[in-house]
Design a protein around this ligand. Sequence first.
Ligand code: CP
Ligand code: NVA
Length: 311
Amino acid sequence: MKKDLLTLFDLTRKDLDLLFEETDRLRHDRSVAPLRGQTVAMIFQKPSLRTRVSFEVGVSQLGGHTTFLSQESIGIGTRESVHDVALLLSRYCGALVARLFDHRVLVDLARFATIPVINALTDLSHPCQVLADLYTVRQYGKLKPGVTVAFIGDGNNVANSWLEISGLYPIRFILAAPKGYQADPGIVQRARAAGVSSIEIVADPQEAVRNADVVYTDVWTSMGQEAEAERRRKAFTGYQVSEALMRAAPADCLVMHCLPAHRGEEITDAVIDGPRSVVFDQAENRLHVQKAVLTALCSQNHGDQAQGAER
Ligand code: CP
Ligand code: NVA
């Protein structure tokens, strides 16, 4: 049975521990090539720097190849149905990495594909990012039960994936977001129902960062929301991760951002370039963690690909 990574709710705590162990191993061992002879399809409806490059480099380091498919070139859902794209790519490829607007399209892709499907970001969720983020927290020796993560700003796809991972590892997750920009209610409910972590929704960023081990932020205007940028800038006034806000946080906390940053909006230069910032470690860890994800999903599926002519 093939496995997908659509959200972090797809993983168990054991999967998470194994992924981090495999990540440790792959960071130092370049001799393994579990993807030899396989091609990974990369469907991207939105721009990307980190995700695209880290997957392309990661697949290549694991001995495989990628084929990049922009929305313009394949027209998923317009030129051809999601169903047909999924079945077709399953005949050629070993896995499918997809960055899409609508999470439901990703769910459909996974439903119809006979190969593993990995979420490279949707409007709802960004699981690969938050896996790399938690791995970075661990790398800094701060991953302990109850580690406090204060997410300041938009309750968006990245915040949602922090909520997803709170169902796997016991954290104290505090979201400080303005009214109307909260995380997805279904995900909040599911994360709370998992009963693993403490989840707090507050309005005041100062209160949120007071005991934080990690202060996290992301852009106020995500990809696809550009028309709302002005309205959002107003709504998020007071939610900037600035030197003033960081004075309310513990001196040894980490500052995290998934990037790209809109410097001067959700975070200031002084903070993102400051001594507490680990943003480039997070970005590097995308490569290592995704190699572990690919290894786990593709090795498991090897040999399961549909071979129509033989049926
Ligand atoms: N953090 C992240 O996913 O970056 P890209 O949008 O550049 O891929
Ligand atoms: N929330 C951002 C994350 C980018 C990596 C977006 O969706 O644009």
